[in-house]
Design a protein around this ligand. Structure first.
Ligand code: ZN
Length: 106
């Protein structure tokens, strides 16, 4: 278990699944670089902003930029934000698990 209450097996599974940001599809990097852009550093994300949902469907990895833009916004609202519009992030290009969450969260 880590401090998110995520069991190790799930942490590992998500790490291996999400090599790119589940939102913008940028190649994720594992550690803060000593210099240079940090926006591609991998962060953990609850797709639906509910800390109690710890499942392979709700825990994902996304980049720093998407994570800080999304914040506590509802997924279906955020996907229509200017951040997403500018980057071409739409409900049709996000990772499958995000599409599934959008169907539920609509
Ligand atoms: Zn991203």
């Amino acid at each position: 278990m880590n401090n998110w209450g995520i069991p190790d097996w799930l942490e590992k599974e998500v790490r291996e699944r999400d090599r790119t940001c589940v939102y913008c599809d940028i190649q994720l990097i594992e550690r803060m670089p000593p210099r240079g852009p940090r926006k591609a550093v991998a962060t953990r994300e609850h797709i639906i902003n509910d800390q109690s949902i710890v499942s392979r469907e709700n825990i994902a990895r996304c980049c720093v930029a998407c994570n800080s833009s999304k914040g506590t916004k509802k997924l279906s609202d955020w996907i229509q934000s200017s951040y997403c519009r500018k980057r071409g992030i739409t409900k049709d290009m996000v990772a499958e698990l995000v599409k599934d969450a959008l169907r539920v969260d609509a």
